[in-house]
Structures are given as structure tokens and as C-alpha cells.
Design a protein around this ligand. Structure first.
Ligand code: ZN
Length: 226
């Protein structure tokens, strides 16, 4: 309890819903659902983050926090190469696709956060890929470019949840830092729900680095060979 109190930062300033609208979604594999999309005023970093309410939260009214089951929430950091072009160098595209369907099934929110490349931006991410082709792992490459291993912040994600009236979530993520940061901003994380592992021929090293350096809670089976 004491350590929780010490790490509690002042609550982020309030953001408010700016626009909400219905957006029918259809993915390349044919999966379709309907999202209620929210934009915001007052997000701390001034970026154009989106919240997509899915499943029973996608009704065309401002969702209010309901007693009982907390909504399933995934903060997804934008990845142009993976989300849009299906790059095999990471698992972002399949993670996004999985998250949308799981949230549509159980009701909740996908927070689409405009912090490409762990917060370093698109060009720097591609620079880091070039360094990785010379042998560095995904974290070492960020450091070599003068960035921190992970520059992502979830303060805006917490502001969006507060603006949507959501104070408690079931967090769809393998990343303990997301839960830590949300809790620090006053969002209660009732449970952390692991996502699937999307291993491809090209992203094995990336996932291994995530597991070893980022303390992500998944097992990609690299230790089971023996
Ligand atoms: Zn990615």
C-alpha cells in the first residue's frame, strides 16, 4: 500500500470528448464490426489519439461506467508499418486485429495511441530497423539513436478513459508498464488479460527482445527447444 501511495502522481488534467460518431469496420480477412469513435480535447500531449468503443459499448451515447464487469481495454500504440501495411517485422497488425475482435465480443475500448515506434516516431523507427539489420536488437537500436528503450506514455490513455467515464478496466495487454502507468493516473486495473502471441518468420527476434528486455509476460517458446 505504501509503495502504491508513493508512486501515485497527481491526477492528469481532465480531457473531454470532442466528437463521437459511428464507424463501421471491415478488416482484410472479412471480420466486420461497428465502432463508436471518440475524439478528445485536452489530451496532455496534443496528439490526435482515438478511442473506439466496441461491442455493447458501441451504442451511440456516451458510455458511462457500469457497475459490474469492467470493460476490456487495450491501449494500442500506432504502428504504421504493422497496422496498415502488414509488416512482418513486428506483431502489431495481428495484435490490433485480435484486440478489436476480443473487445467487440466482450465490450470495451480500443485506445489507438499515436506514438509510433515506442514513441520515437516513424522515421526514427525505420532508422532503428536499419540498425537492427546490422545486428542490434529493438531496444539497443533505440538507445543507439539517442532515444530511451521505450518512450511511450499512457497518461493520455488514462485521460481518455476518465473522459469516457471509465475508472476500472480489464486490461488487454502483456505489458506490465501499461498497467503501472494507468494505475498511477488513477485508472483501476481489475485484471490483466494476456493477448495471443503472433510469431512469424520475421518477428522472432523482435518478440524475444520484448520478452527479455521489456519484461512482457509471454512465452514464445524459445526456451522449450531442449
Ligand atoms: Zn509494429
Amino acid at each position: 500500500m505504501l509503495s502504491d501511495r508513493r508512486t501515485t502522481a497527481p491526477a492528469p488534467p481532465p480531457a473531454v470528448v470532442r466528437t463521437q460518431l459511428t464507424l463501421p469496420l471491415r478488416f482484410a480477412d472479412g471480420f466486420a464490426t461497428t465502432a463508436r469513435v471518440f475524439t478528445f480535447d485536452g489530451l496532455v500531449d496534443g496528439r490526435e489519439h482515438l478511442a473506439l468503443a466496441l461491442g455493447d459499448r458501441a451504442e451511440p451515447a456516451l458510455p458511462v461506467d457500469r457497475a459490474g464487469t469492467p470493460p476490456l481495454v487495450r491501449p494500442h500504440s500506432e504502428c504504421l508499418t504493422g497496422d496498415v501495411f502488414g509488416s512482418q517485422r513486428c506483431d502489431c497488425g495481428p495484435q490490433l486485429r485480435e484486440a478489436v475482435e476480443r473487445i467487440a465480443d466482450s465490450g470495451g475500448f480500443l485506445l489507438y495511441l499515436r506514438q509510433e515506434g515506442r514513441g520515437i516516431g516513424l522515421y526514427a523507427k525505420l532508422d532503428a530497423y536499419a540498425l537492427q539489420d546490422m545486428g542490434l536488437d529493438t531496444y539497443e537500436a533505440n538507445l543507439a539513436l539517442g532515444h530511451r528503450e521505450d518512450e511511450r506514455s499512457y497518461v493520455a490513455a488514462a485521460q481518455m478513459l476518465h473522459a469516457l467515464g471509465v475508472s476500472e478496466v480489464a486490461l488487454l495487454s502483456n505489458n506490465p508498464d501499461k498497467a503501472r502507468q494507468l494505475r498511477r493516473c488513477g485508472v483501476s486495473v481489475a485484471t490483466q488479460v494476456p493477448t495471443g502471441v503472433h510469431l512469424s518468420a520475421a518477428n522472432g527476434r523482435y518478440l524475444a527482445a520484448k520478452a527479455q528486455r521489456g519484461a512482457h509476460t509471454f512465452d514464445i517458446g524459445l526456451s522449450s527447444a531442449g
